[in-house]
Design a protein around this ligand. Sequence first.
Ligand SMILES: NC(=O)c1ccc[n+]([C@@H]2O[C@H](COP(=O)([O-])OP(=O)(O)OC[C@H]3O[C@@H](n4cnc5c(N)ncnc54)[C@H](O)[C@@H]3O)[C@@H](O)[C@H]2O)c1
Length: 384
Amino acid sequence: MIVGIVGAGTMGAGIAQVCLSAGHDVRLHDISASAIAGGRARIEDGLGRLVARGRLDAQGRDAALARLTPAPTLEAAAAGAQVVIEAALEELEAKRAIFRALDRAASADALLATNTSALSVTAIAEVVRRPGRVLGLHFFNPAAVMTLVEVVAGERTDPAAVAAGTAFAEALGRRPVACHDAPGFIVNRVNRPFMQEALRMLEAGEASIETIDAAIVAGGFPMGPFALMDLVGVDVDDAVARALFAAFHAAPRFRPSPVQARLVAAGTLGRKTGGGFYRYDTVGRVLGPTEVFAAGGAALPADEIRTRIELAIVNEAYHAAGEGVASPPDIDLAMQLGAAHPLGPFERARTLGLRRVVGELRRLERLQGERFRVAPALWQIASV
Ligand SMILES: NC(=O)c1ccc[n+]([C@@H]2O[C@H](COP(=O)([O-])OP(=O)(O)OC[C@H]3O[C@@H](n4cnc5c(N)ncnc54)[C@H](O)[C@@H]3O)[C@@H](O)[C@H]2O)c1
């Protein structure tokens, strides 16, 4: 199969590598010729790492690279492709311009997919003549390692296109989950409280960043929220928080954090700038918390830290499922694969018992306010 990829940056190159490894021919396009060369170098590097680990032989690497063709124009990337994946700028008008052109350049039965993290698939598809074939295929970073793909159906996406996108992702060795076109899709939305609730504790002086991170790691998560924000980029995470806050009409549970805004204003953006919530040395080792976060504060018990963060996530998962964004099993799988949670939120709720979950959320609502109000879908299930 020929796969066209538009955008040869971090995600485009990663997705291209996955497609090449699955045996597809890839046409890689970018507006910048040097980005295409950079994308190819990253793919070579990625395949080289697989060879070093014994997961691919040199012949397989050479064959994969031979299937990669640079496409100087968008039309060259789309010609003959059965699937085109756009992984360019996260801007609606930029994506619309690309889809307008793809609609003309691609064959009538080609799937047109966007890798957008936060834009509406429906809004992107509005500009094409055949919106039925436009869908989201949301890969996670690093695409060569992360197996989750959110298959996003816009308002006008044809069910056959969703089925074809799902089969395509499966053939790449990925784990597709079905999801409707709603802000943050599954993972970025349901995992929002992981950061947001930790930031609230910090803002209120209830616990230090180290105490919170340690409590979460002790709960089986690979990384605490502050270490994670530093890794992803404090600015990138703040932008996600702001986009969701706007999309959910300023719902209090999505309120962005002034602490995060201050770090962004100061250019203290995490590992990429040598410091965020923590300070790092030149090889990325943690030196300690950044000065302003060094003070301990009153330490909330680790159990309460975990309860607040985990139950806020469980509640958000019930909000999302209740609104028809995705099914509980797909949300559970997405949170385990896309955010490395030890248990999916519905499994977590079952383990705790729904009555206890509701009781704890009501206690937290009394203490913390409306952001812990029990989601309607959870209320309904727990009251039967
Ligand atoms: N980085 C992540 O963690 C991540 C994860 C999932 C989804 N995404 C989404 O994937 C998309 C790409 O993100 P990225 O991190 O790879 O960005 P990036 O900046 O690394 O790469 C984007 C590339 O697109 C190119 N580009 C810009 N406009 C173009 C156009 N009109 N035609 C062709 N190429 C164009 C740029 O030159 C650049 O090389 C975004 O929509 C982003 O939201 C990113």
